[in-house]
Design a protein around this ligand. Structure first.
Ligand code: ADP
Ligand code: ADP
Length: 225
């Protein structure tokens, strides 16, 4: 579980991107909805330990992100897929996964190979293993991004607004993949499009201007609009 208590982020220019936000996130698939500028990326980057909040507290699986120990253990149990991910376009899918596996400190080549097999199976890219990345479709690239985030079998997967560059069929495919992955972990998916999350997420939060507007089941949200 993730416990977020009175979380505030004020950027150095004075912009208040999160305003005393409190929220608990449980296992399964969680949708974070809000318009551009709502604070979604700010919240996800704080959860991913890439950004320090101005005030408030975050516990991830019981570990406090304010403590060095909490940061280290969270980094180990986390996969983060940013909105824009820079691939090495000339590498093959397998080489790219191997590169990121090394960055994640998976030092044993046999272990890396086993994890790459496993990840390719999960993201449905086994047949593209030897393909160069520049030949992949947008949807396949997005799935490869998930594959990179899955190396090390994280218990928490954070995916920032993934659907922007995907066509409708790719979006459905991507959404279903995340849904499957949420079986035994927390998956957080941010979007400004409610259709991306209302069918796959068991729990939703809506934020605007750094404030929580709604938290609850999709059926309840949809009955309110
Ligand atoms: P979202 O992901 O929902 O689009 P963001 O978290 O990216 O929202 O941004 C929330 C607000 O904070 C926006 O107004 C954005 O312009 C501002 N912001 C984001 N990053 C910075 C930064 N590094 N410095 C100043 N303001 C920022
Ligand atoms: P998002 O698409 O999530 O809203 P943006 O495209 O707004 O993200 O932000 C991209 C990058 O620019 C981020 O690193 C963010 O922190 C930074 N940024 C966003 N808004 C501002 C701002 N007003 N001042 C400084 N940096 C910003």
């Amino acid at each position: 579980m993730i416990e977020i208590e009175n979380l505030t982020k004020v950027y150095p220019n004075g912009k208040r991107a999160l305003n005393s936000l409190s929220l608990n996130i449980h296992e399964g698939m969680f949708g974070l909805i809000g318009p551009n500028g709502a604070g979604k990326t700010t919240l996800m980057r704080i959860l991913a330990t890439l950004l320090t909040p101005t005030a408030g507290r975050v516990l991830i699986f019981g570990k406090d992100l304010q403590t060095p120990e909490g940061k280290v253990s969270t980094r180990k149990s986390l996969g983060y897929l940013p909105q824009e991910i820079g691939f090495h376009l000339k590498l093959t899918v397998e080489q790219e996964l191997d590169y990121f596996a090394i960055l994640k400190n998976i030092t044993d080549p046999k272990d890396r190979n086993r994890q790459i097999d496993n990840v390719l199976e999960q993201i449905g890219l086994r047949s593209a293993r030897k393909e160069r990345i520049h030949t992949l479709s947008g949807g396949m690239k997005r799935r490869l991004g998930i594959g990179i985030a899955l190396l090390g079998s994280p218990k928490l997967l954070i995916v920032d607004e993934p659907t922007a560059s995907l066509d409708p069929a790719e979006r459905v495919h991507f959404r279903n993949l995340l849904f499957q992955l949420a079986g035994k972990r927390i998956v957080i998916l941010s979007t400004h499009i409610i259709e991306d999350v209302n069918q796959v997420c068991s729990d939703l939060a809506v934020i605007t201007n750094g404030n929580l507007l709604f938290h609850g089941a999709p059926e309840i949200l949809l009955s309110q609009v």
